[in-house]
Design a protein around this ligand. Structure first.
Ligand code: SF4
Ligand code: ZN
Length: 319
């Protein structure tokens, strides 16, 4: 079988085949391809204007690592700090922290570690009651809340996450299926905050696939966490991603078309019809929410109640 040639330089032994684009690259040209694409996404959506001092949420996985390494490589002057949230998942959290420390040291990026157990509740402790079967739901709520709070407390204007095209398509697929348009309208590459209680949310990998992120860390020789979170077993997110790949096999380009239709066709209409959500201060913690008590505080309160703790004056205590 003839050796595969790089589409850019023509060298033999092109290891990275970008399947949706049907093109292969050698290591050097793949890095160039990825970083050019990242740069163009950041500029296209005006991300630099809203992330002058970003806090990059780093899990140790391929996506958030690609976001950090990619931003540092393409915009070396950007004042980037990394945030690692220790979720308290035995074994997995320790391994993730080791990998995160290694990559931030290699890049010379400041690392902030936030431990959930210092707030009294780890993710396994929170995944009880109705969250027992869907730990990712409560984990996501906690992570979003902590990222925002840590960013604002430390004076960052934005939180950067590694959400990519595959993540967004998977969530959108479910939101449109259920008609949850108020949530679909928030799925965008940049979500502006108010600068006081809500940091900007920026997704520089919005147009990258899982495959492209995986190739990038591999081509750069960067270690990422290989193991799966033990709580993800049976998660609907995983089976939906598999389903979407099956659709993609039958309808090539499905994911890119779906995302483009969302951004260009649906979002402008949804914005007009739905307007901005009315936010108020959470009665417990004071951070913005659409209900009286934010989902983070509600979850915390439920855990305390389930443990037979006390709820006094609207604040969760005990546990
Ligand atoms: Fe959290 Fe689910 Fe990710 Fe595990 S797989 S870290 S529970 S979101
Ligand atoms: Zn709250």
């Amino acid at each position: 079988m003839p050796a595969i040639r790089c589409a850019r330089c023509g060298a033999e032994g092109a290891r990275y085949h970008v399947s949706f684009a049907r093109v292969s690259f050698c290591d050097k040209c793949y890095i160039r391809y990825y970083e050019r694409k990242l740069r163009s996404t950041v500029l296209k959506y005006g991300m630099l204007k809203v992330m002058r001092r970003p806090l990059v949420a780093l899990s140790g996985g391929k996506d958030s690592t690609s976001a950090l390494v990619g931003l540092k490589s393409v915009f070396p002057d950007l004042e980037v700090t990394a945030l690692y949230i220790d979720l308290g998942i035995p074994g997995y959290s320790e391994e993730s922290e080791r990998v995160v420390r290694k990559v931030t040291e290699e890049l010379g990026v400041e690392l902030v570690v936030h431990r959930l157990r210092d707030e009294g509740r780890t993710v396994p402790e929170l995944a009880v009651g109705r969250f027992r079967r869907k730990p990712c739901a409560i984990c996501g709520t906690v992570k979003r809340y902590v990222m925002n709070r840590v960013a604002l407390e430390r004076g960052h204007d934005s939180v950067v996450t590694g959400h990519n095209l595959d993540d967004t398509v998977e969530v959108l697929f479910e939101l449109y299926r259920r008609g949850q348009l108020e949530e679909a309208v928030r799925l965008r590459p940049v979500l502006l905050g108010d600068g006081v209680k809500l940091a900007n949310r920026v997704k520089p990998l919005f147009e990258m696939t899982d495959e492209e992120d995986l190739y990038y860390v591999d081509a750069k020789g960067i270690e990422v966490v290989e193991s799966w979170c033990p709580l993800v077993r049976g998660a609907k997110t995983v089976s939906r991603k598999v389903l979407i790949h099956e659709i993609e096999a039958k309808i090539p380009g499905f994911r890119h078309t779906f995302l483009k239709a969302h951004v260009k066709r649906y979002l402008p209409v949804l914005e007009k019809v739905l307007g901005q959500p009315v936010l108020r201060e959470c009665a417990v913690c004071g951070y913005p929410t659409t209900s009286e008590v934010c989902s983070y505080c509600r979850a915390m309160r439920k855990v305390v109640l389930q443990r037979g703790g006390e709820v006094a004056g609207g604040k969760a205590t005990g546990g």
